[in-house]
Design a protein around this ligand. Structure first.
Ligand code: PGA
Length: 250
């Protein structure tokens, strides 16, 4: 059985004090949840304080990005070691916004995934097609390239902590969710690919759906056999909405 993961990606939102307020509210709303892994990804500057507030609770902390080197002359970058030092257990890698605005490529994503795993951080590895690719029937080939290149060189045991997030770019922040069927089809395809590259561990790899997940559509998405959780942007900024997503109906 794969334990569900509901992860909130706060993106570039919340000052430190606002982030502390949100985590405190959230803690109260989800303290009784034991059957779902709850993760939040605050902006870098708020991670330390949010992790302190979350200590001893059932909420785990993720970074939104990572750099692959341990330390040195890399202006503006944050290393895997720094992230685990402040309490991160996960990091998002290869989010489409990083690919679109910050020049991430499948190669840099691969380096980041390896660096995260090397530091004991579970990568939440994002893949997804843009609308033109979906409309021209390229979804599966785009996903296949992203998955194969992103995981290139990793051994099956190294992939044990990997989490994959399928986020169709056209569904992110647009209010246009993929239907359960559209998402399930891609999730099953990703699981098949993982079976090829990671052998034994693919059945245990959690594959999350992301793209306009909200309290009204989460139950239907989570009912699909290959959807093991959600990566939530906008709706994770409101404690009540995120708590309702965490407590999706089974
Ligand atoms: P959204 O973002 O829920 O606001 O669509 C999802 C994501 O980008 O992870």
């Amino acid at each position: 059985m794969r334990k569900a993961v509901i992860a909130g990606n706060w993106k570039m939102n919340k000052t430190v004090s606002e982030a502390v307020e949100l985590i405190c509210e959230l803690k109260k709303l989800v303290f009784d949840v034991t059957d779902t892994e709850i993760v939040v990804a605050p902006p870098f500057l708020a991670i330390y304080r949010v992790a302190q507030e979350a200590k001893g609770s059932n909420i785990r902390i993720s970074a939104q990005d990572i750099f692959w080197e341990e330390k040195g002359a890399y202006t503006g970058a944050v290393s895997p070691m720094m992230l685990s030092d402040v309490g991160c257990k996960y990091t998002i890698v290869g989010h489409s916004e990083r690919r679109q605005y910050f020049g991430e490529t499948d190669e840099t994503v691969n380096r980041k995934i390896r660096a995260a795993l090397g530091q004991g951080l579970a990568p939440i590895f994002c893949v997804g097609e843009v609308i033109e690719q979906r409309e021209s029937g390229e979804t599966f080939s785009v996903i296949e390239t992203q998955v194969r290149k992103g995981l290139s060189g990793l051994s099956p045991p190294e992939m044990k902590d990997l989490i994959v997030a399928y986020e169709p770019v056209w569904a992110i922040g647009t209010g246009k969710t993929a239907t359960g069927e559209q998402a399930e089809e891609v999730h099953a395809f990703i699981r098949g690919l993982l079976k090829e590259v990671s052998q034994g561990t693919a059945d245990n790899t959690r594959i999350l759906y992301g793209g306009s997940v909200n309290p009204d559509n989460v139950d239907g998405l989570m009912a699909k056999p290959n959807i093991d959780g959600a990566l939530v942007g906008g709706a994770s900024l409101k404690a009540e909405d995120f708590a309702r997503i965490v407590k999706y109906k089974r």
